[in-house]
Write a protein that binds this ligand. Structure first.
Ligand code: UDP
Ligand code: MG
Length: 317
């Protein structure tokens, strides 16, 4: 099969017939074989009903998966990725903001230009300026700096992947914002970008509020940390803990020796406990030990976790 289109959706019943019709006409006019995988993320409108009707109409070209409740866009994508059989996997938002007309060009970029992943770039956006466009520019700038990936629109819903990419990355929580980062860490380095048309939301409303930025920021730290130290937490906490502890230890030693010398020479000095440095030294030693312990616990956890030896194997002979 040439193309799998994976569509996560939450309460998008009105958009689905038009979207499916459009995808179908674009793909069939290019003579590709395809499947559309709808992942209904626990909708409570009649999205699932609509998907069932579309299944009747388009038969084998439609696959539907429905969650028991609303888990989020990332779990929906992950589930769709697991069943996708096409050589090229393309994700689209269900709300008609992404145009299916981009599909053939994306397919060509993956197939002919050998990209592992191509991300859309909504260069001209039709979203609220203050609540979305400006924060999003800042967000993309920061991720670009920290990851070194030259993309303008990490969280764009429309993306295309080689099949093996989606099979070897794990998208959980709200990590869909960082799929290019996760793919890069898995070793897929040929990441491209294509300017895509962005349209106004025709039906329904956005499913993410302003808290997307708080969560997005926390998730960025997680992604960066896990990639660097996820399998060797001691290399982070151990180093930091040792440094902080040693600073505290030698400061305390200095304060102590200084005091002893003063006492021996009958020089009047303030009590050790009256000096702020004493408390700083004490705190450093406690903090240092805690950091060290944290690293040690991290090691124990990663040692016993099942994915400790899961690596992506590319080729075998
Ligand atoms: N979505 C989902 N589960 C959720 C929230 C959103 O599957 O919990 C889907 C939603 O139906 C849409 C896509 O993710 O197809 C993007 O969501 P939305 O359009 O609300 O985000 P925005 O375009 O405002 O960033
Ligand atoms: Mg949208």
């Amino acid at each position: 099969m040439d193309i799998s289109v994976v569509i996560p959706l939450y309460n998008e019943a009105e958009s689905l017939p038009e979207l499916t019709e459009w995808i179908n006409s674009v793909i069939t006019s290019n003579n590709f074989s395809y499947e559309i995988i709808f992942v209904d993320d626990g909708s409570n409108d009649n999205s699932w009903q609509v998907i069932s009707e579309l299944k009747e109409k388009y038969k084998d070209n439609i696959k539907g998966i429905s969650f028991l409740r609303n888990y989020g866009k990332s779990p929906a994508l992950h589930t769709g990725f697991q069943v996708a059989q096409g050589d090229v996997v393309i994700t689209l938002d269900a709300d008609l903001q992404d145009s299916p007309d981009e599909i053939p060009a994306l397919y060509q970029m993956i197939k002919n230009e050998n990209f592992d992943l191509v991300s859309g770039w909504k260069k001209i956006r039709h979203d609220p300026v203050l609540s979305k466009n400006i924060p999003s520019k800042l967000f993309n700038f920061i991720v670009r700096i920290f990851t070194g990936i030259k993309l303008h629109d990490f969280n764009c819903g429309i993306k295309a992947y080689k099949n093996k990419v989606v099979k070897s990355i794990e998208i959980y929580g709200e990590m869909h914002r960082y799929i290019p980062v996760i793919a890069q860490q898995a070793g897929f380095l040929k990441i491209g970008e294509k300017i895509v048309e962005h349209r106004k939301r025709k039906f329904g409303y956005t499913k993410f509020g302003l808290n997307r930025y708080v969560n997005g920021y926390l998730d960025l730290l997680t992604v960066l940390f896990i990639s660097k130290f996820g399998k060797k937490p001691m290399h982070f906490f151990g180093v930091l803990g040792t440094i902080v502890f040693l600073v505290g230890f030698f400061s305390a030693l200095y304060i102590g020796i200084h005091k002893i010398i003063a006492v021996c020479n009958h020089i009047a000095l303030e009590r050790i406990t009256q000096s702020p440095f004493f408390y700083i030294a004490l705190m450093c030693m406690i903090l240092g030990s805690l950091l060290f312990l944290t690293g040690f616990l991290g090691e124990l956890i990663s040692r016993s976790s099942s994915d400790r030896n899961s690596y992506y194997i590319d080729k075998k002979i």
